[in-house]
Each structure stands twice: as structure tokens, then as C-alpha cells.
Design a binder for this molecule. Structure first.
Ligand SMILES: N[C@@H](CCC(=O)N[C@@H](CS)C(=O)NCC(=O)O)C(=O)O
Length: 202
């Protein structure tokens, strides 16, 4: 039985894992991708106490069990399939993981801003939204300013940034970020044409 990756079509964290999977030679055939709604599908909780996506159900070759947390899942797959998306040592490793943290934080800020905006009666709403927007702006500026990474081979950090930008652009189109950040926008334009991204759907 292959491994199973439970994902939600709109989840940026699940998209990060799915893009990495598609970028790893030989890995995609070993993992069945199954859509799941973490908000309504409580069967997911038996695999992951947090009841979140992405969750990866391992196969017998791995001794069974489950992995969760998009970074943990990608690092597992990279090690197992020699995916070369997670540098194993040296400054490039920490740089990739640091950039992954920026991408994850960007996605989290976009999600939190959206969710807070759904509740007009929340007294803390404006303050929380302003804090998320400050983070979104600062992360975008930072990624554009350190744009040397956009010339390097794709790694986990770049995928995390790309899938977070894709989520930002779809979820919050009113945040226009591209014109002021041409290097980041240019890289993102190329990222979304990669087959691993273009075939995500949604
Ligand atoms: N840090 C986790 C975040 C995963 C996450 O928050 N997933 C969301 C979908 S984008 C989810 O499943 N939410 C359901 C919930 O919060 O109960 C990761 O990197 O995988």
C-alpha cells in the first residue's frame, strides 16, 4: 500500500508538500494524495491529534505511523527519496529552513488576517489585522531585498515562499504586492508555471 497524503485543496501548507512531492523524482508514485476537510472530517484526528492537513500516513516500509507538520513531511520525503530540496548541511541548509519559516509565517499571517476579518464584532479585530498586515509587508519586502535566492535551484524554502505567495494572491487579491517588488514578482511568475505548481488545481 502506498503512503497517503491528506490535503485540503486550498491549504498553503498542503500545497507546499504537494509541490515538493512533484519535484522529487520517483516520489509521486509512492504517495496517494487524498483530499480531506480538517474542519469536518474527524477521522483525520485518529491519524493526527491536531486534525490538520497536511498529514502523511506512512507505509509498511517506513514501519507505519503518521507524520504531520508540512516541514516534517517534506524533510521525511526528501530524505527517503533523495529529493535534494533540503540541503543536508552548511549555511545553505539553515538558509533554506529560514526562508521556509518566512513562507510559513506569511501564509499564517494571511490566514489569520482573513479569519479575523470574518468577525466584525471582535473588538481586537483591527489591532490583530494591522499586526498581520505589518508582518505580510515586512516579509514581502525582506524576500524582495534578499532576492539572490531567486537565482538558485529550487529548495524547500523557495517552495514555502512560492506556495505562500500563491495563497496570498488568491485569498487576498486586494493586497497588491507585485509592482513594488519586481524581483520577487518576477520569480513568482516563473514559479507558478512549473508543472508541479500549475497542476495543483485551485
Ligand atoms: N504548521 C502546520 C500548519 C497546518 C495547518 O494549519 N493546516 C490548516 C489548513 S491550512 C488546518 O488543517 N487547519 C485546521 C485547524 O486549524 O483545525 C503545517 O505546517 O503543516
Amino acid at each position: 500500500m502506498p503512503m497517503t497524503l491528506f490535503y485540503a485543496p486550498r491549504s498553503p501548507f498542503a500545497a507546499k508538500v504537494r509541490v515538493c512531492l512533484a519535484e522529487m523524482a520517483g516520489a509521486k508514485d509512492e504517495v496517494e494524495e487524498v483530499p480531506a476537510d480538517p474542519w469536518t472530517d474527524e477521522t483525520l484526528r485518529a491519524l493526527n491529534p491536531l486534525c490538520k492537513v497536511p498529514t502523511l500516513r506512512l507505509d509498511a516500509a517506513a514501519g507505519g505511523g503518521n507524520l504531520y507538520g508540512s516541514s516534517v513531511i517534506v524533510q521525511y520525503l526528501d530524505a527517503r527519496f533523495d529529493g535534494k530540496l533540503v540541503p543536508t548541511e552548511g549555511p545553505t541548509r539553515w538558509d533554506a529552513l529560514r526562508r521556509e519559516a518566512l513562507g510559513d509565517g506569511l501564509a499564517e499571517a494571511v490566514i489569520r488576517r482573513f479569519v479575523e476579518g470574518l468577525d466584525p464584532d471582535n473588538a481586537r479585530r483591527d489591532k490583530v489585522i494591522a499586526r498581520q498586515e505589518a508582518a505580510i509587508t515586512a516579509v514581502l519586502d525582506h524576500l524582495d531585498a534578499e532576492a539572490a535566492w531567486t537565482e538558485s535551484a529550487l529548495d524547500l524554502g523557495a517552495v514555502a515562499v512560492g506556495t505562500a505567495l500563491r495563497y496570498l494572491t488568491g485569498r487576498s487579491p486586494e493586497i497588491t504586492w507585485q509592482a513594488e517588488r519586481p524581483r520577487l514578482a518576477g520569480w513568482f511568475g516563473r514559479f507558478i508555471t512549473r508543472p508541479s505548481v500549475a497542476t495543483l488545481g485551485y
